[in-house]
Design a protein. Structure first.
Length: 371
């Protein structure tokens, strides 16, 4: 694989995303032992405080790779069987025929058919994932709401099914990962947050990564600006937010350096066994919330970059914050990036998100960083 690694071009590409309308973003790119870190724009647009590449950030569903790895760690230990019915472990949460039909593997790769609970937890997200039918009011109302995972799972299990167990394509659902967290608690005897921290975060030596238990984001960080397709104008900061609505399916706080370290160790077979990693890399088609089809394994997304081969990793979004971390199959090239604005696209008369200059600029940076 032939790579270009030009720090000046990488910084210029970041600056272009900022000029296109992204308040602030930062990244780390690694290539065969070389490391570049860059940042562009503001962590706080009101004060002019700049973003830096060392900042801590909410990374959304990148968390899923950590949670999946923790489950695979227990598979390695013989405590969990990937192909056992979830009803064998959690019959009270997924009872009856569904509990017998849905396996642990189906939870991790989103082929369980269980609906996402999110639209039912937030009344104003009743149209989720259709942005034209969603309103942002309940974000403020629930900024400090503490959700109980069992209740969220109950909402997802009771909702109309998103598919049949094992059916393809799968349907991306946070309900799956909250169930996996309950499974981790069952087999480890400690909370899912403590289990993932002990078995994955601490073993990988990630000093700036945590699963928070409260609403605050501690340490140097950017504000997280939510635009909600232009319905919040100007965008509102949601860096302080109780993440119990997602738990260890999307609540992780990390840095670009820690994410690159984690995915590097994971793909090298230093977090879980090589056989468990091979299971993570068995992919199926999964429909994401935005309608796009993901090539999805066990908590890993597979991406093919023309001319540069296969990449593995995950992307994520929270209210006001986004992240992406990818590593080449040979482990030589890595990119982790974080942005501090979400849902910047406005909607047309049909309720469809319209192209924005940020889209093209961001994609150009990602392609440059991965190639």
């Amino acid at each position: 694989m032939t790579n270009t690694f030009d720090p000046e071009k990488l910084q210029t590409a970041l600056d272009t995303v900022n000029r296109a309308g992204m308040p602030g973003l930062f990244a780390e790119v690694r290539d065969s032992g070389e490391i570049w870190r860059g940042a562009a724009g503001f962590a706080d647009v009101a004060t002019g405080r700049p973003v830096t590449a060392e900042m801590r950030h909410r990374v959304g569903s990148v968390t899923k790779t950590f949670t999946a790895a923790a489950v695979l760690y227990q598979v390695d230990a013989g405590a969990i069987d990937l192909d056992a019915p979830v009803g064998d472990y959690l019959p009270q949460l997924v009872p009856g025929e569904r509990g017998a039909a849905i396996t642990v593997r189906m939870l991790i790769n989103h082929t369980s058919g269980l609906a996402d609970y999110l639209r039912y937890a937030y009344p104003s997200l009743a149209g989720f994932p259709d942005p034209a039918k969603m309103t942002p009011e309940s974000l403020e109302d629930n900024r400090f709401t503490r959700f109980h995972p069992a209740r969220l799972i109950e909402l997802g299990v009771a909702a109309p099914a998103a598919g049949t167990p094992g059916g393809l394509p799968g349907a991306y659902s946070n309900t799956n990962y909250l169930l996996m967290c309950q499974l981790l608690e069952l087999v480890s005897g400690i909370s899912a947050e403590k289990c993932i921290t002990r078995d994955i975060i601490e073993r990988a030596g990630l000093r700036d990564t945590e699963l928070p238990l409260g609403p605050d984001l501690h340490g140097p960080h950017s504000l997280h600006y939510e635009a909600w397709f232009g319905k919040l104008d100007p965008p509102r900061d949601y860096s302080v937010f109780d993440m119990s609505y997602a738990g260890p399916s999307a609540s992780l706080i990390s840095t670009v350096a820690d994410l690159n370290r984690f995915f590097g160790l994971l793909l090298a077979g230093d977090v879980i066994s090589e056989s468990a990693l091979a299971q993570m890399q068995r992919t199926v088609p999964v429909i994401a919330f935005d309608g796009k089809t993901l090539d999805y394994g066990l908590g890993l997304q597979k991406m093919t970059v023309p001319g540069h081969g296969t990449y593995w990793g995950h992307e994520g979004s929270v209210w006001g914050g986004g992240a992406m971390s990818m590593i080449s199959a040979d482990g030589e090239r890595q990119m982790s990036m974080m942005v501090n604005l979400q849902r910047w696209n406005r909607l047309d008369s049909a309720g469809k998100p319209q192209p924005h200059p940020i889209d093209e600029a961001l994609q150009a940076f990602i392609q440059l960083a991965l190639g």
